[in-house]
Design a protein around this ligand. Structure first.
Ligand SMILES: [Zn+2]
Length: 407
């Protein structure tokens, strides 16, 4: 039994089963507890630490318990692609150009454009940290099921470390995404049926290969937690009160909740932001009113077409703990959001645009943002007690992935 802090345990492997308390094994790379199938929970060993001077994910190597050279030093999305929605036109350059701190413009609504990552998605963070952890454990081959974006990011991270990676993709996946998995060095296996069918097919593979599922693997979630840390560093305190993000299988929701909890534990933020999950009509597994009605034909937002997310209970807990809720969006609303984002110079694939579609449906949150007085810009982003007295921006909308170049 564990759950207590253990300084000898490396941060990424300071884990115990959330259901039975079993300690994470000393060898192997299990996706879930081998005794009871429960999900891994991070212990006290995983904590926010001041970022290093190195670039990209390497700045968080100490907190992750990795050596800097186990992570890429390319820029990723740090600063994390922050733009002011009400800055007019394409938004301000804050967060995009060095020397223009995001908090210098103090808008009511921030857009976090994760499509600026080299693989075009926030999932690169999780993938790099997960595959670095797998390599520590001597993994030579792994697999995952993915609607595309995670598969691309994991395939790339694996190929760079000499690890063989197979990606099971649903037959509904756009040809361009399958091409990109192969171009990234992965082996794509097309599974008949929808995204849920692909997840079922993964069960057989799990008996013989480590399962690099973003929503199971705690090291992937730790990688996503660094997005919360980079956002906090770029935005300064207080953080926006409401964060909108797409949720299918939920690694973004789980990873951000993890990262925010560590910022809170470190005393860097007071109140946790409310996390608002945006889900696709017909697949809104977390919505109290039910999943809603799916549009006819294959869903365009493949990453959100998840009728039965395995971690539904954990996702609901994360929403409830933050005070957030669920917004259902239609294919039409997503299409309109993509047009509006494109008009501002931000391309997004349908899953990537979903959170913005959700924001446009939320009269309450838009009203909150509109009522927010235009604050005088703070001098610099800072996570300090004085900063906490500032007026928080109302909303942060996370656009998770850009349009695939090959589509
Ligand atoms: Zn267990």
């Amino acid at each position: 039994m564990t759950g207590e802090s253990n300084a000898a345990v490396e941060p990424l492997f300071d884990l115990a089963c959330a259901a039975c308390g079993e300690t994470y094994p000393r060898a192997g790379f299990p996706a879930v507890c081998s005794l009871c199938g429960g999900f891994w929970k991070h212990g006290e060993g995983f904590a926010w630490r001041p970022p290093g001077a190195a670039g990209g994910l390497r700045r968080w190597a100490a907190a992750l318990g990795l050596e800097p050279d186990e992570l890429p030093d390319r820029p990723l999305s740090s600063p994390p692609g922050l733009y002011a929605l009400d800055g007019g036109g394409e938004g301000t350059a804050a967060g995009r150009e060095p020397g223009v701190p995001a908090a210098a413009v103090a808008p009511a609504v921030w857009i976090c454009q994760q499509g600026s990552a080299p693989s075009g998605t926030y999932k690169e963070r999780g993938a790099e940290v997960m595959v670095a952890a797998a390599r520590r454990r001597g993994v030579r081959e792994l697999f995952l099921d993915s609607s595309g974006n995670a598969g691309i990011a994991v395939a790339r991270a694996a190929a760079e470390r000499g690890i063989r990676c197979t990606v099971l993709v649903p037959a509904t996946t756009a040809a361009g995404k399958i091409e990109r998995i192969r171009a990234a060095g992965g082996h794509a296996e097309v599974v008949p049926g929808d995204r849920d069918a692909t997840h079922r097919a993964a069960a057989g593979w799990r008996r013989r290969l480590p399962y690099a599922a973003p929503f199971f693997q705690p090291s992937f979630l730790a990688g996503v937690a660094t997005l919360a840390w980079d956002l906090a560093g770029g935005l300064g305190a207080p953080l926006p009160e409401h964060w909108l993000l797409p949720a299918g299988n939920g690694p973004l929701l789980l990873g951000l909740a993890l990262g925010l909890s560590r910022l809170h534990r470190a005393g860097l933020i007071g109140r946790l932001p409310a996390l608002h999950a945006v889900q696709l009509a017909g697949y809104a597994a977390l919505a109290p009113g039910g999943p809603g009605e799916a549009a006819p034909g294959p869903p365009t937002a493949a990453g959100l077409a998840i009728a039965h997310p395995p971690r539904r209970a954990d996702l609901l807990r994360a929403l409830e703990a933050s005070g957030g809720d669920v917004t259902r969006v239609s294919e039409e609303a997503i299409a309109a959001a993509r047009r509006e984002l494109a008009g501002r110079g931000w391309t997004a694939d349908p899953t990537g645009a979903a959170a913005f579609a959700g924001y446009r449906l939320r009269g309450d949150l838009q009203g909150l943002a509109a009522a927010r007085p235009k604050a005088s810009p703070p001098a610099a982003p800072a996570l300090t007690a004085e900063a906490a007295s500032r007026r928080a921006p109302a909303c942060l909308v996370i656009v998770t992935s850009r349009e695939a170049e090959l589509e």
